[in-house]
Ligand binder design. Structure first.
Ligand code: SF4
Length: 242
């Protein structure tokens, strides 16, 4: 793997973290944010389908233990079934929060085992309300008073985008960082790959996928992804520059 590209990914992560800290401090000082409620052991957001770029998946794949590799294989099987049976991407995202279980990178203590190198898709999810508001299905399951608090936040808080209680600006920066990485891949390889986190890591553990990537063999990559059964667009996307 090109170490210059990985260094750029690391710089982008650091920049993202500094910008996030500045955003938190500024909004706390201005009274717009009580606190960031994300804590070790609070795992609600680790039920989301995490969209990831291949550049972010490389260092993660390098850290996978045999135990996690076994979990990945089973998880990918479930995700393929889910993608194939989902009505649309919203149905896939919603069922992903309930059906396949928690992320395979959570350790027994409920902490992210790849925290330092977790993708932007995870970094950008910063809760501005307490944990109960992050549970799958919210606002279903909230008490009447919690539901009122939630709706008032969505309707009136300047740090909300009106759709959810995760810090909207930080989510936008995360998307921008992902776009930068997709562009870097296009410039350096002539194609870009993104997809569901566990699917990309699963593919990178495969020697044939690695060989096709090393040779920048686009048709070989596509063929291998189809052969592995993970080519569904909710799970894997390869874009060429043309
Ligand atoms: S990679 Fe880490 S932060 Fe992201 S969903 Fe998995 S356990 Fe949670």
């Amino acid at each position: 793997m090109d170490t210059d590209l990985l260094t750029l990914v690391e710089h982008l992560r650091q920049e993202f973290e500094s910008k996030t800290q500045r955003w938190i401090s500024k909004n706390q000082e201005e009274g717009l944010l009580d606190a960031v409620f994300c804590r070790r052991g609070c795992v609600h957001c680790c039920t989301f389908a995490v969209q990831t770029t291949l550049l972010e998946a490389f260092p993660i794949a390098a850290q996978v233990t045999p135990e996690v590799a076994a979990l990945l294989e089973k998880r990918v099987e479930r995700l393929v079934e889910l993608a194939e049976s989902a009505l649309d991407v919203d149905d896939f995202d919603e069922r992903h929060r309930r059906e396949p279980g928690l992320c395979v990178f959570l350790n027994a203590a409920g902490a992210c085992s790849i925290y330092e190198i977790r993708p932007f898709g995870c970094r950008q999810t910063i809760s501005t309300l307490p944990a109960q508001f992050c549970a799958p299905g919210v606002p279903v399951g909230l008490t009447d008073s919690e539901a009122e608090t939630y709706q008032a936040f969505l309707d009136f808080s300047p740090i909300s985008n009106g759709e959810h209680h995760f810090a909207a600006s930080i989510m936008d920066w995360g998307s921008t960082c992902s776009d930068i990485l997709l562009e870097l891949m296009q410039q350096n390889w002539g194609f870009s790959i993104e997809g569901e986190l566990t699917v990309l890591v699963f593919l990178l553990l495969d020697a044939d996928f690695q060989t096709a990537w090393t040779h920048r063999d686009i048709s070989g990559l596509k063929q291998w992804v189809r052969y592995k059964g993970v080519g569904h667009p909710f799970l894997f996307t390869l874009e060429t520059g043309d």
